[in-house]
Design a protein. Structure first.
Length: 577
């Protein structure tokens, strides 16, 4: 490739590489083996969430080397750095889960600080596990640098007794084991084969949902999210991403040129039609917040309401990310959405072409097995539904993918638990009744703190065969792997005095996903009286440290549970300093 002339007069790295006053700075670069020519090229931050916490992240450092090759081929100077991740599968079901959502903010913050501190000109971000994907995209939009996102890839499905299995099957097998329907030996046999490779959980759980978002929103190369982590083709996408970011620098195409209101709507469409994770209802508003775009939970769920569900992925369906990749991936999904007039085609992507132009290049068609034709969907509306009512004035969200419509309305007496541990102990002991609505409160972003996911409890219910016989609501979250009638993100949360704080065991709750309602059979007068008698938020054991700080700063779930003013509070843009 021909070397393009570099004019660093308007690039951030001029502050560390240009002019006599920067001789000390350049001496550090020489110490790392960087040539004089490389010092005067654009500097590209290559950020990964590599760690040894879980298979989601274990391949990211190798993929980063391929990104760096692509940057170098295009006469850029890559500078690799890492940030944290908290992996939900390991953190699930105990105190560690409080760190998960807070880690999203820490990832965005640390990437921002590294980019600012070293004056990098562009960013290629690689992420593997749930919160690291939105965290990395939030940093891109916050900094408004030329940016390309890359997903580390999904795990391959395990094989057990002649069928594909995922970690979801292991969580649900715990419930089977507790119910006496599976032996300890059988559980051990399953756990040893369920996760056979590097990569993030294979169903349309949060990681793969947000990977699809990265393509749909335009921050990732088309089809780059699909190949499983062990596939060598990932290296080709990584190299191409390194080359792409250099083109973005040359054309001055920045993250906010790509992430627009219409791009966010495209992303929400893809979440809905693929039965994606309810966590997208948190992460899309958070990404929007970084760009100063007003796009909250209700905007997301409005799109969900009128988007057909036509991609048959676990946990509601049959297939995993590898299967989606083999039938054409996100580009084919978007081609189907365009056939229904549900895609904004003018949105820019990191290729420098519009979404419409990218779809024009897609030759494959819906296979009818994993991706149904949009005019013959699995169900007529999206796999995720927003709810609102006197129990959730600021909204709530429920995943109904794979659930028959007659099972999408549930009325029953409340059984209230003050935290997840109490609920899990009751489920384990089968100390609940069919027809009840299990209420788990004090698990919101501030009240938890940390807005834990409830997969251990919901998986145990499914494993006991009760997933359709009880419902569950919480101001916390659910894993993308959750099945059953489970309502999360109830707002305002209990710690902020929301109605969920006022519910008593025996109150009649109605969840109506068909009409988008979540209500309790109490008059306004009764709710007001209970609010007056409410003793205030439940105290937590987190009186200092990162979780205390998060609880002080975090805002409402409806707006993405963010911790700073976002673009609305900006007085400068990093790239223009």
């Amino acid at each position: 490739m021909l070397k393009r002339p570099t004019d660093k007069s308007r690039l951030p790295s001029r502050y560390t590489t240009e002019g006599p006053a920067r001789a000390p700075h350049r001496s550090y670069y020489y110490a790392m083996g960087i040539s004089e020519e490389e010092i005067h090229q654009p500097f590209v931050g290559v950020a990964t969430c590599w760690n040894e916490a879980a298979p989601c992240n274990i391949a990211l450092n190798r993929q980063a080397q391929a990104v760096k090759m692509g940057v170098k081929e295009s006469h850029g100077t890559p500078r690799e750095f890492t940030t944290i991740t908290v992996t939900d599968g390991i953190a699930m079901g105990h105190e560690g889960m409080r760190s998960s959502l807070a880690s999203r903010e820490a990832i965005a913050d640390t990437v921002e600080l590294t980019m600012r501190g070293h004056c990098y000109d562009a960013l290629v971000g690689l992420a593997g596990c749930d919160k690291s994907l939105p965290g990395m995209m939030m940093a891109m939009v916050r900094l408004n640098t030329p940016s390309v996102f890359i997903y580390g890839g999904s795990i391959l499905p395990g094989r057990h007794e002649g069928r594909d299995v995922t970690v979801q099957d292991v969580f649900e097998a715990v419930g089977q084991n507790q119910a006496g329907n599976m032996s300890d030996a059988a559980l051990i046999a399953l756990e040893k084969v369920a996760c056979p490779s590097a990569g993030a959980c294979g169903g349309q759980f949060t990681a793969n949902t947000m990977a699809c978002v990265s393509e749909a929103i335009g921050l990732a190369l088309p089809n780059s999210s699909g190949a499983p982590a062990p596939y060598e083709s990932r290296d080709q996408y990584c190299e191409a991403s390194g080359r792409a970011v250099m083109e973005l620098i040359e054309k001055n195409i920045r993250a906010r040129d790509i992430v627009t209101r219409q791009a966010l709507e495209n992303a929400a469409r893809v979440v809905a039609c693929s039965g994606g994770s309810t966590n997208a209802g948190l992460h899309l508003p958070a990404i929007a917040h970084e760009a100063g775009i007003d796009f909250d939970l209700f905007d997301v769920t409005d799109i969900f309401r009128d988007t057909p569900y036509f991609v048959d992925l676990k946990p509601g369906g049959k297939y995993v990310a590898k299967d989606l990749y083999e039938v054409g991936g996100v580009p084919v999904i978007m081609k189907e959405l365009r056939r229904a007039g549900l895609i904004h085609e003018d949105c820019m992507t990191v290729t420098g072409r519009s979404i419409g132009e990218e779809i024009d290049l897609v030759e494959r068609e819906a296979d009818g097995r994993v991706i149904y034709p949009v005019d013959a969907p699995i169900t007529a509306t999206g796999g995720v539904v927003g709810l609102k009512g006197n129990l959730a004035p600021e909204g709530a969200i429920v995943k109904v993918a794979g659930m028959a419509e007659e099972h999408q309305v549930f009325t029953g007496p409340a059984r209230v638990f003050e935290c997840e541990e109490d609920a899990f102990a009751a489920v384990k002991a089968r100390d609940y009744n069919e027809g009840e609505v299990i209420v788990i409160r004090n698990e919101g972003p501030a009240g938890g703190p940390g807005m834990r996911e409830m997969l251990a409890t919901t998986a145990a219910l499914s494993g006991q065969g009760m997933g359709k016989k009880v419902a569950l609501i919480t101001d916390g979250r659910f894993s993308g792997a959750t099945r059953g009638f489970c309502v999360g993100h109830v707002g305002p949360e209990a710690a902020h005095g929301g109605p969920i704080a006022l519910i008593e065991t025996g109150d009649t709750i109605t969840i109506d996903a068909v009409n988008g309602r979540l209500s309790v059979d109490l008059s306004d007068e009764e709710l007001t009286a209970r609010k007056a008698a409410w003793p205030g938020p439940k105290d937590t054991i987190y009186g200092s440290g990162a979780l205390w700080k998060y609880a002080q700063l975090v805002g409402s779930t409806r707006k993405g549970a963010v911790t700073h003013p976002g673009a609305d509070g900006e007085k400068h843009v990093y790239m223009d300093l």
